[in-house]
Design a protein around this ligand. Sequence first.
Ligand SMILES: Nc1ncnc2c1ncn2[C@@H]1O[C@H](COP(=O)(O)OP(=O)(O)O)[C@@H](O)[C@H]1O
Ligand SMILES: [Mg+2]
Length: 394
Amino acid sequence: MRNLIKVFGKNPSKAISLVEQGISKQEIFERTKQTVGLYNVNFDVYEGETFVLMGLSGSGKSTLLRCLNRLIDPSDGHILIDGDDIATMDDTELRKARRKKMSMVFQSFALLPHRTVIDNVAFGLEIQNISKEERYLKAEEAIAKVGLKGYEASKTSQLSGGMQQRVGLARALATDPDILLMDEAFSALDPLIRTEMQDELLALQDKLRKTIVFVSHDLDEALKLGNRIAIMKDGVIAQIGTAEEILTNPADDYVSEFVAGVDRTKILTAENVMKRPEPVVSINSGLPVAMQLMKRHGISSIFVVDNEKRIKGVILIEDAVQAVKEHKTLHDVLITDVPAVAPDLPVKDIIPMAADSNFPLAVINDNNKLMGVIVRGSILGALAIKVEDKNDLT
Ligand SMILES: Nc1ncnc2c1ncn2[C@@H]1O[C@H](COP(=O)(O)OP(=O)(O)O)[C@@H](O)[C@H]1O
Ligand SMILES: [Mg+2]
């Protein structure tokens, strides 16, 4: 999307030039009575990612999504898909791009109620000059993908909401588009069904690797589904980033307030709260080296690693002091039963472990390599928990 502007109203040209001068949406409305739906929007969506457009009602999510396939004509700017500008295509080119490149899934399902599941799914292929036989083969495949095998001959009006939206999804998938556009696709469903459909989409996306642009006003849904999320406000993108980036580094007060209620412990992982594993001591070193390092860095325990940085254990300062007096070696006081976590473990699962442990938690990869360490303080820092609330964790 390049410098995309959408003005609702009969005379957009004046409004467009005011947008280009940086005049606010509010002032443009006062001066021209034109509503700016999209205010100079720029962003990229990467191939194979799920990109979520997120924001309050009226922030411009649907307008932006509908510009992508020109259900809404943008007033100015460019929409480049594989280098072709959707914004300037004539009707023939546009029809071709819509057929080949993208499908849309609507909140309202938009099914033909008196037709069967398979007829609804095959419907999207009808306009593509594909033989009837092939249409129904492709429709069957798509129906199987969304878990509706066996329901091909059912009337869609007889299905539950969740199943109807599966039909909507199958219809979109039947044409095998590169891009799926989904506008609040799960918002009309009951909470349990909604969660189920989100999981289903994640599982499907794992296999299909479509490029998905998903509109949602629900932050939890956005955080769950989006590889990246764009937070919209008044036709402007306030911030684009991963869930972690947005939660840990909100671009402005608006985004901060928006994400304030989110349970960060579910989003942030070990990787996000760990510190660099420094210092560590080599398994080939002696106890005096370990003690020296702990003293110099003011720490009460130190991780022991081999030449490949694989974790061998931990040494506590009090054990080391005692051991030196008794002429023991590093191996004698090495604690090998060290609590370790994977980099992608959510913080909510780490907190109880950190609370029970006398030394930092080790974050290790699949090869036992020490990636980082987690001390209780760094969890609190990352969660930005106020000092007076700290008692819960200590
Ligand atoms: N057809 C239209 N005519 C006039 N204003 C519109 C039209 N469609 C949307 N808008 C305005 O554009 C803004 C964005 O709307 P929309 O994209 O539907 O928001 P969202 O999907 O985030 O709820 C709102 O201020 C809305 O009132
Ligand atoms: Mg909308």
